[in-house]
Design a protein around this ligand. Structure first.
Ligand code: ADP
Ligand code: MG
Length: 619
């Protein structure tokens, strides 16, 4: 019998499949089962519209059968089947909606640039990744004829008449011989087939049966048919969700929150989302890939679709199932897909809404969530030049000087005293350490609340936000605290500054190159000195930036501030008259002390301890 030639494009795709070194060859089964399911859908639809086919939903199935000796795997459906013409048309050419795009992709795939198989559902031809020969026997519904299509490769196919009792399609794959680098025989093992059906086709709405593997040799139904997310919410318990989550995502901890939502509209979809109870090991590493599983009417089309989640919610796991997406849509096309964008936006809103609810109703659990993923939210504020900050800032919580529980920015602002101008925050290694910072004393005395920040990213995020509800953020270590003071107080401190001019100048000279300024401060109560920073770069940010593996180190503009009500000031003033050299020595000491309090290294520890020792000896 004369061989028929494949159309040019099909031949090229087939070549690609036959010679494929693609690692996920197993997806062929998903593709063939989906085709079977589609064929049944078509017939079922016809039975609904014609009303006289005598078919009921229960009569449909997809059957799998293995013959190890003959090395065959057979996939049979009792769907609509194909006529001779349809076989020629459907199996001899690539007939897909995005074919133009597909063709260019194929050119690139041949050039080795594109992983075409990973990007596209490659459909029927994927069978050739694992088969040396493919035989399709089909009888169209309502037809008397059966046709047999067969191909062993890219050089062509044959089409001849055959025998089949009932409508539907039977596809027999002759599985390739094993090679040193590929074990094809696994596709003839029950356990492997069972696992693949579970993995990719569990929720196909018709039973997928494996011949002879059930009890007493009956066929075993491999798929559960109704996806959990398609069940009524009222029929599902927390335990159902938790078990599903843990099995599917290999997590030991229950999710903190489950979001199960059905949306009907321009784009209809069901989403089942989980906020994990803990961050995965690689979450904050480069290796982590965000994304949700994407299903089209119960058939999984993508394992991780990144376009469904904004980065700041990348910790969310779960899936989206939509009947409005086609099975063979490519990743490339997905990115530009309007429907997908619409879904993403709605999901983002939904996730935020659920998190806000948790924040307001169950602060303890929210804090737990925030312990794992708060960092990601802060990155989200900072990233992309703060583009998303407005969406995220309501979700931030901070430790505070006012209470044990963490507080939101809105809560902070709502209880600011009348005269308070700014949102004060303090950065440091730990809450305890920040709490002891000299710079916080005067603010606490005034009854101002201070937000305590311990993450490296904190201050960067705060600077990106700039303000919250029109209140500026102000670091307690900034050189201008914008504290309200009376005219009288101002005059008083100016006078004091004038009187100390001489001391301050000597000290400034002694600390040349280390600090930009030495001045008196009102902000300290018990401590003699502190360091503050002028301008946008704070001491904390300096630490963070210099801890990064970059050549160029940065330095904040430091200001040494001396407590204007501390006895040390009088000592210094007296010394300035008698022994200016000593003032210089003390300047160095006080500067070192300030560094230590800030948690910064002393520049010359040996010299520092020598000077202290000299003082002790009373030199
Ligand atoms: P797609 O499913 O995206 O259309 P495929 O390559 O998987 O692409 O299949 C090509 C076409 O072959 C299908 O559109 C369908 O018309 C036909 N086909 C494949 N398998 C079957 C089947 N089991 N029963 C009926 N028609 C089928
Ligand atoms: Mg298909």
């Amino acid at each position: 019998m004369a061989k028929r030639k494949f159309k040019a494009e099909s031949k090229r795709l087939l070549d690609l499949m036959i010679n494929s070194i693609y690692t996920h060859k197993e997806i062929f089964l998903r593709e063939l089962i989906s085709n079977g399911s589609d064929a049944i859908d078509k017939l079922y639809y016809r039975s609904l519209t014609d009303g006289n086919t005598g078919l009921s939903r229960e009569s449909f199935a997809i059957d799998l059968g293995v013959d190890k000796e003959a090395r065959t795997l057979t996939i049979t459906d009792n769907g609509i089947g194909m006529t001779k013409e349809e076989m020629e048309k459907n199996l001899g050419t690539i007939a897909r909606s995005g074919s133009l795009d597909f063709k260019t992709q194929m050119d690139m795939a041949e050039a080795g640039d594109v992983d075409i198989i990973g990007q596209f559902g490659v459909g029927f031809y994927s069978a050739f990744m694992v088969s040396s020969k493919v035989t399709v026997v089909s009888r169209a519904f309502g037809s008397e004829e059966t046709w047999v299509w067969e191909s062993a490769g890219a050089d062509g196919y044959t089409l001849k008449e055959g025998e089949k009792e009932t409508n539907g399609t039977e596809i027999t794959l002759t599985i390739k011989e094993d090679r040193s680098d590929e074990n094809y025989s696994r596709f003839l093992e029950d356990y492997q087939i069972r696992a693949l059906v579970k993995k990719y086709s569990d929720y196909i709405r018709y039973p997928i049966r494996l011949a002879g593997s059930g009890e007493e040799g009956d066929p075993e139904v491999l798929n559960s048919m109704v996806p959990l997310w398609k069940k009524q919410k009222s029929d599902l318990t927390d335990e159902d969700y938790n078990n599903f989550y843990k099995e599917k995502y290999y997590d030991f901890t229950d999710p903190i929150k489950v979001i199960h939502t059905d949306v009907e509209g321009v784009v209809s979809y069901t989403a089942l989302l989980f906020i994990p109870g803990q961050a995965p090991m690689d979450y904050y590493s480069k290796d982590f890939e965000k994304g949700l599983q994407l299903y089209s009417s119960g058939v999984m089309i993508m394992e991780k679709c990144p376009d469904l989640l904004p980065d700041h919610f990348s910790f969310v796991r779960g899936l989206v199932d939509s009947q409005d997406l086609s099975l063979n849509i490519s990743r490339e096309m997905l990115q530009h897909d309007r429907q997908l964008r619409a879904i993403e936006q709605r999901l983002e809103k939904k996730i935020k809404q659920e998190l806000l609810e948790l924040l307001n109703k169950d602060r303890k659990t929210y804090e737990e969530f925030f312990r794992h993923f708060g960092l990601q939210l802060k990155y989200g504020v900072y990233e992309r030049y703060g583009m998303n900050k407005d969406k995220i800032q309501d979700l931030l919580v901070y430790h505070s000087s006012a209470q044990e529980e963490m507080v939101t920015l809105a809560e902070y602002v709502s209880r600011m005293p009348e005269d308070q101008k700014a949102i004060y925050y303090a950065c440091g290694e730990s809450i305890e350490r920040i709490d002891r910072m000299p710079q916080t004393e005067v603010l606490k005395d005034k009854g101002y609340e201070i937000l305590y920040m311990t993450d490296d990213i904190d201050e960067f995020a705060v600077q990106m936000m700039g303000t919250f509800e029109e209140k500026p953020f102000k670091s307690v270590s900034a050189d201008d605290l914008e504290l309200e003071s009376s005219e009288e107080e101002k005059a008083q401190s100016e006078k004091q500054e004038e009187e100390s001019r001489q001391v301050l100048d000597i000290m400034k000279e002694a600390l040349e190159g280390k600090v930009t300024d030495v001045r008196l401060t009102h902000r300290l109560k018990t401590h003699p000195v502190c360091l503050t920073a002028r301008g946008g770069l704070s001491l904390e940010m300096e630490k963070v930036l210099n801890a990064m593996p970059v050549e160029e180190k940065v330095q904040a503009e430091r200001v040494l501030e001396i407590n204007d009500s501390h006895p040390i000031l009088e000592t210094l003033k007296t010394l300035a008259e008698k022994d200016p050299e000593k003032v210089k020595t003390y300047a160095g000491l006080l500067y070192s002390q300030a560094l230590l309090i800030e948690g910064l290294p002393v520049e010359d520890p040996v010299a520092f301890s020598n000077v202290i020792c000299d003082l002790m000896i009373g030199e």
